[in-house]
Design a protein around this ligand. Sequence first.
Ligand SMILES: Cc1cc2nc3c(=O)[nH]c(=O)nc-3n(C[C@H](O)[C@H](O)[C@H](O)COP(=O)(O)O)c2cc1C
Length: 198
Amino acid sequence: MEKISVLAFNGSAKKNGNTAKLLKKLTGFIEKDAKVKTIHLVDKKIKPCLSYCAEGGTTCSYPCSIKDDMHGLIELIKKADCVILASPVYWYAMSGLMKNFIDRLTSCDVAEPPVLDGKVFGFVTTAYLDGAAGVTLQMLAPVSSMGAIIAPYNDLFANNGKVWREEFGVKPVKRLAKNLIMLTELVKEKQGRWFYPK
Ligand SMILES: Cc1cc2nc3c(=O)[nH]c(=O)nc-3n(C[C@H](O)[C@H](O)[C@H](O)COP(=O)(O)O)c2cc1C
């Protein structure tokens, strides 16, 4: 089987901050089995979603009618088998960079087939105090609604400098890396689409 390709997005404004460091730990394990490319959203020009999918006379289209770096990023997502989203907690929520990016994935959902259908997703979140688990859910729910498959044991988050579960002797970085690879290989082998009647 061809090597799987993994695309990781760092949603922190820092390219070498806590989120980037934890993400790098994860991709470090993945690199043994896959081609990995990391993109720092702070380097990209991504305008806000104009809400054409909401009622009011306009319609969301694919490709998105907004001309910016999102087009190139969506082309990369199309080629990837697995996508990782990483965000710091900013005021109880994901970063603005990550939220803007996820909002702009909306056009992928009107593509036929939807761009995220069958892509395996994993998540990394860091917080100073608390809230990283909640931000994982904030990123997970929209991509699941757009057809993504979520890796099992997806609890790679750090609160207060501590990676959750590491204190219990569980190695969540290695575990998520292995599960992302295993699930992506399984999905790639099947090459199927999800049941989604129009
Ligand atoms: C604007 C802003 C808001 C933040 N809000 C929270 C918060 O609500 N809860 C928390 O635990 N940490 C909060 N933090 C701290 C960051 O989540 C934490 O330091 C994170 O690891 C930073 O990651 P980075 O180095 O990749 O930017 C906030 C930081 C910033 C800059």
